[in-house]
Ligand binder design. Structure first.
Ligand SMILES: Nc1ncnc2c1ncn2[C@@H]1O[C@H](COP(=O)(O)OP(=O)(O)OP(=O)(O)O)[C@@H](O)[C@H]1O
Length: 342
C-alpha cells in the first residue's frame, strides 16, 4: 500500500490534498546534501558571505540578500552615515546605488566628496573623485516623491543589471501612501516586503532609512531608541534582517554651546550612539559610541576623530594620522555665536 511517509505516493496522486498543491514544490524541497557544495564554498571562502565590512561596528557586517533598516529622528545623521557607508563599500570595490528622494542628488554627491576628502570639496577634487567613483557609485537623479513600484524597479535594476551590491533607499516615508493610518501601515509593509524580496532575489544588501517616533512624554530626547520606536507598522522591523538606530546626543551639543563643560570633559560622551537592535544572522546586538567630525561629515570611533581614507591611496590627501578632535568643538562654537549686526 502506498505510504505518504515512505515517499511512495506519486506527486500527481496528492493533487488536491492541499488547496494550492503545485507540482513545482517537488523541485523546491531537496535532500539536504544538495546544498553541500554551496556550504563548502561558504566555509572555504567566508569573506564571500559578506556584502561588505562595516567600518564602524565590527560585530555588524553587511551580508548579501539582507535588508537593514536604519532608524533615527530628523537630523540624527542617517543620510550622513549612509554616505560614509557607501564610500566604505566602494573602498571594498563594491558598487553602490543611492536613492535619496529628499535631497538634491548634486548635494548628495557633494556630501560624499566632503566625506571622501575630509573637508568641503573644490573643483580640483572633481577629477580624482569621479575618476575613482564613476564605476562604483550610481545615483537616482531625481528628487521628490516616487511611487513604490518605480522605486522597486529601480532597486531591482541597480542590483540585477548594474551589479550594485548595496542599495540605499532614503527614505521609507517617501514611498508610502494612504489616507488612514491603517492604509499607510499596509503600504509600508508592502514596501518593506518588496525590498526584502528584491534583496533575496538579487543578493544585494538593501539599506532602507526610516524615521523614529518622537520620544513618548516623560522620555527625554536622549532615551535609548529601540526598534519599537520606528514610525509606523511593527512589520517594518519584523521583516528586516537588521535594525540599526542612530541617536544624536543633542544634550551634549547644547551643553557645549552653553559652555557647560569643563575643558577636559566636553568630549567624554559620544556625539552619537549607534544601536544595533536586531541582527537576524548572528543574534548580536550592540551599542557603539561615535564621534562626529563636522568638516568631513564622517562618524569616528573615538573622540580623537581620526578620519578614514576611502579613496585609493594618495588620491584624497586626507590625513588619517592627525586627530581632528579640536575642529569639532570649534565648529559648534562658531555656529553658536550670537548674530551681530555689521
Ligand atoms: N552628531 C552630529 N553633530 C552635528 N551635526 C550633525 C550630526 N549628525 C548630523 N549632523 C548634521 O545635521 C544635518 C542633518 O543630517 P542628516 O541629513 O544626515 O540627518 P538625517 O537623519 O538624514 O535627517 P532627516 O531625517 O531629516 O533626513 C547635516 O548637516 C549633518 O551634517
Amino acid at each position: 500500500m502506498a505510504d505518504v511517509f515512505a515517499g511512495t505516493v506519486e506527486p500527481a496522486k496528492t493533487r488536491g490534498a492541499w488547496s494550492d498543491y503545485n507540482a513545482r514544490i517537488a523541485e523546491d524541497i531537496v535532500k539536504c546534501g544538495q546544498l553541500q557544495g554551496d556550504i563548502a564554498s561558504e566555509l572555504m571562502y567566508p569573506a564571500s558571505r559578506l556584502a561588505g565590512k562595516n567600518p564602524l561596528v565590527k560585530s555588524f557586517d553587511f551580508r548579501p540578500s539582507e535588508l537593514t533598516i536604519w532608524g533615527g529622528e530628523n537630523g540624527a545623521g542617517k543620510s550622513a552615515l549612509m554616505n560614509q557607508l557607501a564610500l566604505s563599500m566602494m573602498s571594498q570595490s563594491q558598487k553602490v546605488c543611492l536613492f535619496s528622494f529628499e535631497m538634491d542628488p548634486k548635494r548628495t554627491l557633494i556630501s560624499c566628496m566632503r566625506c571622501a576628502f575630509g573637508r568641503s570639496p573644490t573643483t580640483q577634487d572633481l577629477f580624482p573623485f569621479f575618476d575613482w567613483a564613476n564605476d562604483l557609485l550610481y545615483i537616482y537623479r531625481n528628487q521628490g516623491a516616487i511611487s513604490a513600484e518605480y522605486c522597486a524597479d529601480g532597486v531591482f535594476y541597480a542590483a540585477k543589471m548594474l551589479g550594485c551590491r548595496h542599495i540605499v533607499v532614503d527614505n521609507l516615508m517617501m514611498l508610502t501612501t494612504g489616507n488612514s493610518s491603517d492604509s499607510v501601515m499596509q503600504s509600508q509593509k508592502r514596501v518593506v516586503q518588496t525590498m526584502k524580496e528584491i534583496a533575496i532575489a538579487t543578493g544585494a544588501h538593501i539599506h532602507l532609512v526610516a524615521h523614529l517616533r518622537k520620544p513618548a512624554n516623560g522620555q527625554g530626547q536622549n532615551a535609548k531608541p529601540s526598534r519599537f520606536d520606528i514610525s509606523g507598522s511593527s512589520d517594518i522591523s519584523n521583516l528586516a534582517d537588521n535594525v540599526a538606530l542612530l541617536r544624536r546626543n543633542r544634550e551634549k551639543e547644547q551643553q557645549i554651546i552653553d559652555g557647560g563643560f569643563r575643558n577636559d570633559q566636553w568630549d567624554s560622551e559620544p556625539d552619537v550612539l549607534l544601536t544595533v537592535d536586531k541582527q537576524r544572522a548572528t543574534g548580536d546586538s550592540s551599542m557603539t559610541p561615535l564621534w562626529y567630525d563636522k568638516p568631513s561629515g564622517q562618524f569616528c570611533i573615538s573622540s580623537a576623530r581620526y578620519l578614514q581614507d576611502y579613496m585609493p591611496s594618495g588620491m584624497s590627501g586626507i590625513d588619517t594620522t592627525k586627530p581632528h578632535q579640536l575642529d569639532a568643538i570649534q565648529g559648534l562654537k562658531e555656529r553658536s555665536k550670537p548674530w551681530e549686526p555689521i
